[in-house]
Design a protein around this ligand. Structure first.
Ligand SMILES: Cc1cc2nc3c(=O)[nH]c(=O)nc-3n(C[C@H](O)[C@H](O)[C@H](O)COP(=O)(O)OP(=O)(O)OC[C@H]3O[C@@H](n4cnc5c(N)ncnc54)[C@H](O)[C@@H]3O)c2cc1C
Length: 393
């Protein structure tokens, strides 16, 4: 059972002054919700590798599902700074819960909003915004992860419907999702998006067990065995890899903020613990080696906060490039995973228990550094952007 959640966010460079009152209000309300609803239960769900389904309604109520989707479709109509702040606060609680929100908002609602028909928007978005319907995003396949363009999942035009075949792997939310946005190749080899609904014959979603990371997030497969998909379920306005990559841009932006939330929680926990824990007759925070770790943590968090704040500005102005978003995602997750590893040591034996959130964050971040483009893939994106040379192949 976790201790009472006393989290306070660090603000070493007075970055709060760069936020509007609305941003701060949103942050306070999401933080309160996380303290009240997530922190008291998350350790238990994580230990049992179970998804806390009862949190879905609350996530909808705080506007975590599709914060930037216009109000007319049930979204919160907020700016990208607000979206980032919401992800930061949720991931401060747990990366798995943030993953659920990211998938729903950025990978399911966003493609339906950006690439869908008006009928599809009206049919799905309001229900996805409240969590009445839950979605998942199927891009990765057993043999195609970092290179999704090689995907084998495909569909054929059968006159009055499409026939979908193939399999997706590592799909967040798949075991309980009502709908899946699935990326598959048409007969010309073009990647298109289809909305597949639970209950369609031949569509199954087996759960993936045995994860040591993101244990409070449900992960599974999507298996399509001659699934008849109605023609109106094709997303009309996405063709080629830029369809799914556009969604990933949205989600990666959220992760750039979110991972810093996990980093802040680890730093805050370590700071509090080392000020209270005494060895050799004094608080361990008084030892230089502990101070070095804390000082480096707050430096990296502060640099990260400035980076995502500027990225948020660029995103609001529709000027953030995919490569800039890659840099933000890669940097924040790298900062967070290092801080989690250091903070865990600073708590000594207590650091490996569920009494404190650090070990959970640390294990969660192993997924976050892998999904939505691995650490190395984002480095290659930056490398290609600055040199003009493609080092992927
Ligand atoms: C918990 C979890 C949840 C996920 N949720 C989703 C989801 O909801 N939807 C979805 O579609 N996917 C999801 N994923 C999949 C995730 O996006 C992939 O795992 C990721 O893209 C990496 O693919 P892979 O695992 O096949 O690794 P691989 O692509 O096989 O990579 C293995 C290693 O090779 C490296 N590598 C690959 N290519 C190169 C290269 N050109 N140069 C140098 N190094 C290279 C990688 O960096 C990595 O270190 C999830 C994954 C996890 C773990």
């Amino acid at each position: 059972m976790s201790k009472k959640d006393l989290f306070e966010s660090p603000d070493y460079y007075l970055i709060d002054e760069l936020l509007t009152d609305e941003h701060k209000l949103i942050r306070a309300s999401v933080r309160d919700w996380v303290k009240k609803e997530v922190s008291p239960v998350i350790e238990d769900y994580s230990q049992r590798a179970a998804f806390p389904k009862h949190l879905i309604k609350g996530l909808g109520e705080i506007g975590a599902f599709g914060p930037t989707i216009p109000v007319e479709y049930g979204g919160a109509g907020l700016d990208y700074m607000s979206y980032g702040i919401i992800m930061q606060e949720i991931e401060r609680g747990d990366s798995g819960i943030r993953s659920t929100a990211s998938v729903q908002g950025s990978l399911v609602m966003y493609p339906i909003y950006a690439y869908g028909s008006e009928e599809q928007r009206i049919k799905y978005l309001p229900k996805l915004a409240t969590g009445e319907l839950m979605g998942c995003f199927g891009l990765t396949e057993p043999d195609h992860g970092s290179d999704p363009g090689g995907m084998e999942t495909n569909f054929k035009d059968k006159g009055d419907h499409y026939l979908l075949n193939g399999a997706k792997m590592w799909i967040s939310n798949s075991p309980f999702a009502d709908i899946a946005v699935v990326w598959a190749k048409d007969e010309n080899g073009k990647i298109r998006g289809l909305i597949v609904e639970r209950g369609m014959e031949g569509f199954t979603t087996p759960e993936t067990h045995g994860k040591w990371s993101l244990r409070a997030s449900a992960t599974g497969e999507l298996v399509f065995d001659n699934v008849k998909v109605p023609k109106e379920n094709l997303l009309p306005n996405a063709s080629g890899l830029k369809g799914p990559l556009g969604c990933l841009n949205q989600a990666r932006y959220g992760i750039a903020w979110g991972a810093l939330g996990a980093a802040m929680d680890c730093y805050d926990t370590a700071l509090r613990y080392t000020k209270e824990r005494k060895q050799f007759g004094k608080p361990i925070a008084g030892f230089q080696l502990q101070q070095k770790k804390l000082a480096e943590m707050i430096t990296e968090i502060t640099k990260g906060q400035l980076l995502v704040w500027r990225l948020g500005q660029l995103k609001n102005e529709n000027r953030a490039t995919p490569a800039q978003i890659s840099m933000g995602k890669r940097n924040s997750v790298d900062v967070a995973i290092h801080i989690a590893r250091e903070a865990r040591q600073m708590l000594g034996g207590m650091g490996i228990t569920g009494e404190y959130p650090i070990m959970r964050h640390m294990m969660n971040l192993e997924s976050v550094i892998t999904y939505e483009g691995t650490h190395d893939i984002h480095l290659l994106i930056t490398g290609m952007d600055i040199t003009g040379e493609d080092a992927f192949k």
